[in-house]
Design a protein around this ligand. Structure first.
Ligand code: 6PG
Length: 235
């Protein structure tokens, strides 16, 4: 587990984007770069800076975007992870539409989890029956959740399906979530965490695998785990 601590959230985002571009550069040019994106509020800055400052340096025809998780709402809804990414990044860069593989938050959740699982398995290399992304980008909630795997929903960490239906413990909102095993098998997992509200959960995550789903996955991951963040979050 490697910590990448930067003075500001923007610094952490720029470092992560630069590393994504290095990853793309290191892969055969005929291959897509398969990235699973998280939502929530933290990556909005990452997406904005990517469009503003790194678009010209990005090989968009090779970047293929999947989602880690989606709220079960239409793409136009304020809580849609795809909607946020579309506003901040996708509408502002020349990525081919065919390279954007969103989760249909407006569809019936169980059927959509199955459809998206099959699509990921069809398009990606596999390990142990799970799809393998080049990079899985994760956030961490103050309660220690990641993807939409919340404390109390640990069965999703070892689920047999790549994507499953999850439920936000407070609001009851349904989500489609990447389960634990594709994250464990990813060659690279990057967490992006900013702000002082994340300091305690990141300290606990570093100290023990038992402090929540994000901590479990950060310790169980078989590939490289990088945590990008600002000083407020990472100390
Ligand atoms: C989501 C996410 C989720 C997120 C964390 C952190 O749909 O909410 O993908 O896993 O990464 O909740 O969220 P913030 O960035 O808003 O703190």
């Amino acid at each position: 587990m490697t910590l990448h601590t930067h003075p500001t959230p923007a610094g952490a985002c720029r470092a992560l984007i630069a590393d994504i571009l290095c990853l793309a550069d290191s892969l055969p040019k005929a291959e897509p770069v398969n990235i699973a994106l998280s939502g929530g509020s933290t990556p909005a800055l990452l997406f904005r800076l990517w469009a503003d400052e790194f678009s010209a340096a990005t090989p968009w025809t090779r970047i293929r975007l999947f989602w880690v998780d989606e709220r079960c709402v239409p793409p136009t809804h304020a809580e849609s992870n795809y909607g946020m990414t579309e506003r901040e990044l996708l509408s502002r860069v020349p990525i081919p539409a065919a390279n954007v593989l969103r989760i249909h938050g407006e569809a019936e959740p169980a059927a959509e989890a199955l459809r998206y699982s099959r699509q990921a398995l069809d398009l990606l290399p596999q390990a142990g029956g799970f799809p393998v992304f080049h990079l899985v980008l994760l956030g961490v909630g103050d309660d220690g959740h990641t993807s939409s795997i919340f404390p109390g929903q640990e069965a999703l960490l070892t689920a047999a399906e790549p994507y499953a239906v999850a439920r936000h413990p407070q609001s009851g909102q349904r989500r489609i979530a990447l389960t634990g095993q594709p994250i464990v098998r990813s060659p690279r997992v990057a967490f992006l965490v900013t702000g002082s509200s994340k300091a305690a959960v990141i300290e606990a995550l570093q100290a023990s695998a038992d402090s929540g789903p994000a901590a479990y996955l950060a310790h169980a991951a078989q590939g490289e785990v990088d945590i990008y963040g600002d000083e407020a979050a990472l100390g």
